[in-house]
Structure formats: structure tokens, C-alpha cells
Design a protein around this ligand. Structure first.
Ligand SMILES: Cc1cc2nc3c(=O)[nH]c(=O)nc-3n(C[C@H](O)[C@H](O)[C@H](O)COP(=O)(O)OP(=O)(O)OC[C@H]3O[C@@H](n4cnc5c(N)ncnc54)[C@H](O)[C@@H]3O)c2cc1C
Length: 233
């Protein structure tokens, strides 16, 4: 199938992109890597009147270390993160999850922020963001705000992003010393979306006692889920 007709804009600054989204509120969509949006358009499950492409905005494709955190701009491809060697030391859970995200061809195009903004409940990166307490920098007509991962995902394919807001950056803090981790999923074939998956960390204190333990499940509900143990009586 082919998409319904739409207009296309390629702004050259974030401010211009936000203005375009705000001027066409509810009728416009951000285009990043297109790996989820283009199939939705082709199947006519989405029919935006205007696509606002972030690809021509300079300086959004960074992956860098800042004060020990892995910081990723809106147009950084998943492949760029995969090739960012310090991630394996700073946030090995994040680095290890990437090979489960689709296929290399998709990761060459798909962005980290696009996956988070798309919020597919079976996606790997939202679960890792929740496990590691990532922080999202969102820009919109009223300026910039920070959102914690635990507050970002609302339900299926829905986040707290307003229709004229852009996820400009995500920040994954470094995993604390003495942190063990595991990431696994069940998929029909490698590269398919997970039927279910799990992302975990356990942090010990200096005496070897457990200081913090995280378990986040994905593919089992409307958002990534951090189940709580029943309280002891
Ligand atoms: C064959 C195939 C297999 C796949 N398998 C997996 C898989 O196993 N696991 C997985 O997680 N994903 C998978 N994907 C999806 C892939 O990871 C996408 O790249 C990702 O979900 C979206 O990133 P994108 O940059 O392509 O975003 P786009 O497709 O460009 O956009 C997706 C949505 O997010 C919005 N958006 C994008 N960027 C921003 C932003 N910065 N601010 C605000 N809104 C934004 C868009 O408006 C749109 O609604 C697969 C895709 C394909 C085609």
C-alpha cells in the first residue's frame, strides 16, 4: 500500500520544527528514522497531514559521555549507539540490549529517541530506559522540560509527549559500581519484536548486601512494567 497524501517539511533547527508542529497541532508527525512511522503510513494506520523531518537539523545525531552518563541526541541512530564503545563499560545493559532491536539494516536508520517516543510495549529500549532511570529532555512551544523514564510511558504507543513536543535527548546514567545485570527476550526469530522480555539489574553495597534490585518486563502489558514484590506481613 501507499501512504495517504501528506506535506513534508525539513526544518533546520529544533525551534523551527516545534513551530511547524505547533502550527499544525494534531495534524503533524515528527519523522526520525522512519522505521516505525513509514510502515504505519503505508498501511494507512497513521494519516498525518504534515511530516516534520528532523534529519536536516544539524547537531542532533550525537552519542557522548557526559559526567559518566550516556547522552543521546534525537537523531542518533541505534547503530551509532551500538558503535559507541564507552557504552559497554558505562551502561552494559543498554549496550547489550541493542542487538535485540530489529535487524542491523533497521538500526542503521532507526533512532534511539524514535524508539522511545514510539513506545511500542514490546520494544527493548523503553524497558532499558526504565531499568536504568533514564531522563528525557523534551522541547516544545513552552520551552524545555525533563521527564523521568518512570513518568514517560503512558500506554500502548503513547507517552507524555504532546503533539507539538520533540524528544530532543535521552540520558542513561552509568550503572553503579557492583551492579550485575541481565537482558533476555523470547522472539520467534532473532530481530523480530519480542513476545516478552526482561531487563534486570542488582546492585550490592560494599558489604555485599543487596542495595537495589530492578526487574522490568516488556511485551507483557501496555508499557514496560516494573513489578513490585507483594509486601511482607
Ligand atoms: C522489520 C522491523 C523490525 C523491527 N523490530 C524491532 C524490535 O525488535 N524492537 C524494537 O524496539 N523496534 C523494532 N522495530 C522498530 C524500530 O526500532 C524503529 O526504528 C523505532 O521504533 C523507531 O525509531 P525511528 O527513528 O525509526 O522513528 P520513526 O519511525 O521515524 O518514528 C516513530 C514514532 O516516533 C515519533 N518520533 C520519532 N522521533 C521522535 C522524537 N525525537 N520526538 C518526538 N517524536 C518522535 C514519530 O512521530 C513516530 O510517531 C522494527 C522495525 C522494523 C521495520
Amino acid at each position: 500500500m501507499k501512504p495517504a497524501p501528506f506535506d513534508y517539511a525539513a526544518p533546520t533547527s529544533l525551534d523551527e520544527a516545534v513551530e511547524l508542529l505547533a502550527a499544525n497541532e494534531g495534524e503533524s508527525k515528527v519523522l526520525a528514522g522512519g522505521q516505525s512511522l513509514m510502515p504505519l503510513l503505508n498501511m494507512r494506520l497513521a494519516r498525518p497531514g504534515l511530516l516534520v523531518d528532523l534529519a536536516r537539523i544539524p547537531g542532533l545525531d550525537y552519542v557522548r559521555e557526559e559526567n559518566g552518563a550516556v547522552v543521546i541526541g534525537a537523531m542518533a541512530r541505534q547503530r551509532a549507539l551500538e558503535r559507541f564503545a564507552p557504552a559497554a563499560t558505562l551502561a552494559p545493559l543498554l549496550a547489550a540490549s541493542l542487538e535485540h532491536v530489529a535487524h542491523p539494516q533497521n538500526r542503521n536508520q532507526g533512532t534511539v529517541c524514535g524508539s522511545l517516543a514510539h513506545a511500542d510495549p514490546a520494544a527493548e529500549l523503553p524497558a532499558v530506559a526504565l531499568t536504568l532511570d533514564a531522563t528525557f529532555r523534551v522541547v516544545g512551544p513552552n520551552g524545555s522540560r525533563e521527564v523521568a523514564a518512570k513518568d514517560f510511558f503512558v500506554t500502548y504507543l503513547t507517552t507524555v509527549l504532546e503533539s507539538s513536543e520533540i524528544l530532543a535527548e535521552v540520558r542513561f546514567p552509568a550503572q553503579a559500581p557492583r551492579t550485575g545485570w541481565a537482558f533476555d527476550e523470547v522472539a520467534r526469530r532473532h530481530g523480530d519484536f519480542a513476545m516478552c522480555g526482561v531487563s534486570t539489574t542488582v546492585t550490592l553495597d560494599a558489604s555485599g548486601a543487596c542495595r537495589d534490585a530492578r526487574v522490568v518486563l516488556f511485551g507483557v502489558g501496555a508499557t514496560p512494567i516494573a513489578p513490585r514484590a507483594p509486601s511482607r506481613r
